[in-house]
Design a protein around this ligand. Structure first.
Ligand code: DX5
Ligand code: ZN
Length: 238
């Protein structure tokens, strides 16, 4: 698949930001070229960590000039979807295990006027996608086990990204079918982003690699350049 004509979005995860100056961090990362702000919502039930809720999302919305990409890692997910929509979410991504009736939950996200994403954990297979492709705008391939920032990218994720890319391409070939983005989350950095791109990703979540770098602009630019290099290589090869 030629990924060159796919958008390449950098979506910094604020999980690794300095929460004592969150507004300033968001302004800085936006000025540095971020495309979306990725917000990791964890409830200490579905994942062993506790982060932020709709109130914080609402506060971020007041200052954010780019879309808010909400990654829900919570149980009873249906209760929180309308809350996050009211708090300014643009994209809401859920994990299939957190919904009793997945088709209904994805419709709920759309009814709330948000883009709907579905996240696949490292050991999950792709079967869950088979009958809901028409309901989603984004597939998120988790390249770490969800719960914490700063983990190492799991190498098997590359095969997973390629498999999901094939599935999306087969789907999109048919007339009238929706466009689906492929986002990758966990351990993404300057060194591996080209490989992730050439496997077929077009949205890249990155937390620690951006927020722990001394210079957000330099880091995001370097990521975009690596993506461009990978696209150029592919063009020459094809
Ligand atoms: C993990 C989260 C990720 C994480 C990314 O559960 O979904 O978004 O914060 O952080 P890094 O890039 O540090 O792996
Ligand atoms: Zn995330």
């Amino acid at each position: 698949m030629n990924t060159n004509n796919l958008p390449a979005l950098i979506t910094p995860s604020i999980l690794s930001a300095d929460f004592s100056k969150l507004g300033e961090e968001i302004r800085q990362v936006t000025g540095a070229g971020a495309d979306w702000i990725h917000i990791d919502v964890m409830d200490n039930h579905y994942v062993p960590n506790l982060t932020i809720g709709p109130m914080v999302c609402k506060a971020i919305k007041k200052i954010a000039k780019i879309p808010l990409d909400i990654h829900l890692m919570v149980e009873n997910v249906d209760l929180l979807i309308p809350e996050f929509s009211r708090s300014g979410a643009d994209i809401i991504t859920i994990h299939p295990e957190t919904s009793k009736h997945l088709d209904r939950t994805l419709s709920l996200i759309k009814d709330c006027n948000c883009k709907a994403g579905l996240a696949l954990n490292p050991a999950s297979n792709l079967q869950v996608l088979d009958y809901i492709m028409d309901k989603i705008d984004l597939i998120l391939v988790m390249s770490v086990n969800p719960g914490f920032g700063g983990q190492k990218f799991l190498p098997m994720s590359i095969k997973k990204i390629k498999d999901v890319r094939t599935k999306i391409d087969e789907w999109s070939l048919k007339d009238g079918h929706n466009f689906i983005m492929l986002q990758v989350d966990g351990g993404v950095n300057i060194d591996n982003i080209a490989k992730i791109r050439s496997a077929g990703a077009n949205a890249f979540v990155s937390g620690s690699a951006i927020f722990e770098s001394g210079n957000y602009k330099e880091t995001i630019n370097a990521m975009k350049m690596e993506i461009q290099k990978s696209d150029d290589l592919k063009l020459n090869y094809e």
